[in-house]
Design a binder for this molecule. Structure first.
Ligand SMILES: Nc1nc2c(c(=O)[nH]1)N[C@H]1C(S)=C(S)[C@@H](COP(=O)(O)OP(=O)(O)OC[C@H]3O[C@@H](n4cnc5c(N)ncnc54)[C@H](O)[C@@H]3O)O[C@H]1N2
Ligand code: MOO
Length: 394
């Protein structure tokens, strides 16, 4: 059996390079920008007032000083003249600072009568002027690759970038396999359960910025799986769920190979998720996930998400890890890397007592996967350990 990192290397080798498309800025939220954005203007484009008040010459802001108010500068409406000694201009936040002004005194520190204003408060040392280009300058770059956040979108707008080159969202086809499965909302027979894995994976894929397509459940007969795989043939990634192990009805590997899948690996030294398989099926990456619900979701975090990130041009690397202190003693680990469902609170991580890979109720309470390396000895509470953070509710 290969390790998690070896499996990831195989998957990255299978992943195609990102395909770029251009979208309007408003459609770029959460997308991965694939080429640097370049500011085609500076911000602010002129020295701008940071406050509402009176603009006067630099060094003239003394308590008791008085000035003739010779005009007004507002946001969007500058004052074209020059402000000389003994003169002031009424100025508002965002207005271009006129020629001759080196200090904006807050109106709270001034008393104005008709066209005279005097400084009656104590102006501070700050000029209350934002320099031209103080935020960014023409030619500055927002570098790619980068998943665009709401803050990035505001920055791009400010840079006057109206269209953004982004990676096309990989299409991920999700196929549940198994005679025991029905869709949520249907009435299961006495030996049946509800297909859950595709719903968790659908959400995971969409959260990652890819496009998930839920295909009909394939029955445990080759013809049904072949039909589902055929329906998935336009996808960039084909994910099957279940039927991956060694039972008589576990037909995914056999059928996938019959329809042309070139296998890259099968079985990984990890827990849960041992019977994972992957390969290339025509132009698609095919990933066969184990059926146990927690195994499928854990493999989704550890393998599917990193591959999707790489396909969108982001760094090809494993799921991000962090370190915390163990909240309880743990036993020695066996020959498979163990990803234990755990709860992280205030820097302390504690695995749940029940780790069976069928327990979605536990996974839903977990906010981290505690990583137990292969052959790791027993560990005491307080020791540092690594974990993979999971999506969490706030
Ligand atoms: N003799 C052995 N038996 C098993 C081994 C083994 O090494 N030797 N490995 C076990 C491990 S580990 C896992 S994981 C499972 C994986 O099996 P499959 O991938 O073949 O999955 P199934 O048998 O089809 O299903 C397992 C379990 O999960 C339920 N399931 C499947 N798909 C879904 C779905 N979409 N939504 C909800 N639940 C699903 C299914 O009903 C089964 O209960 O094999 C072990 N056995
Ligand atoms: O590896 Mo299975 O995925 O432990 O339940």
């Amino acid at each position: 059996m290969i390790t998690v990192n070896e499996a990831l290397d195989h998957l990255f080798a299978l992943a195609p390079a990102p395909v770029a498309e251009t979208v309007p800025l408003l459609r770029s939220r959460g997308r991965v920008m694939v080429a640097d954005a370049v500011a085609n203007r500076s911000q602010p484009p002129f020295a701008a007032s940071a406050m509402d008040g009176y603009g006067i010459a630099a060094g003239a802001a003394q308590q008791g000083a008085a000035f003739d108010v010779i005009g007004e500068a507002a946001a969007g409406h500058g004052f074209a003249g020059t402000v000389g000694p003994g003169q002031a201009v009424r100025i508002f936040t965002g207005a271009p600072v006129p020629e001759g002004v080196g200090h904006v005194v807050l109106q709270e520190d001034c008393t104005a009568v008709d066209s005279r204003v005097s400084i009656t408060g104590t102006p501070g040392d700050g000029t209350n002027i934002r320099p031209a280009g103080g935020d960014f300058r023409e030619g500055d770059r927002l570098s790619a690759p980068r998943r665009l956040t709401p803050a990035d979108m505001a920055l791009l707008a400010s840079m006057n970038v109206a269209e953004v080159p982004v990676a096309r969202r990989p299409v991920v086809a999700l196929i549940s396999t198994g005679d025991e499965l029905v869709m949520p909302g249907e009435t299961p027979g006495p030996d049946q359960i509800i297909a859950s894995n595709t719903f968790g994976l659908h959400a995971l894929v969409e959260e990652a910025g890819a496009e998930a397509r839920l295909l009909p459940i394939a029955r445990d007969i080759p013809a049904s799986l072949r039909t589902a795989l055929d329906l998935a043939k336009d996808a960039d990634v084909i994910v099957t769920i279940g039927g991956a192990s060694v039972g008589d009805h576990d037909i995914v590997a056999r059928v996938a190979e019959e329809v042309g899948m070139e296998r890259a690996f099968y079985k990984i030294a990890m827990r849960p998720g041992k019977p994972l398989m992957a390969g290339r099926l025509n132009d698609a990456v095919m990933i066969g996930l184990p059926g146990n619900p927690v195994s499928a979701m854990v493999c989704g975090h550890l393998f599917l998400l990193p591959v999707l990130r790489a396909m969108m041009g982001l760094h090809a690397g494993p799921a991000p890890r962090a370190t915390a202190q163990l909240g309880a003693d743990v036993d020695a680990n066996g020959p498979r890397e163990h990803y234990m469902r755990a709860r992280l609170t205030d820097g302390m991580i504690t695995p749940f007592a029940r780790q069976d890979s069928s327990l979605l109720s536990i996974l839903s309470e977990a906010n981290a996967l505690l990583i137990r390396p292969i052959g790791d000895g027993p560990r005491k509470a307080g020791e540092p350990v690594e974990y993979v953070p999971l999506f969490t509710r706030s």
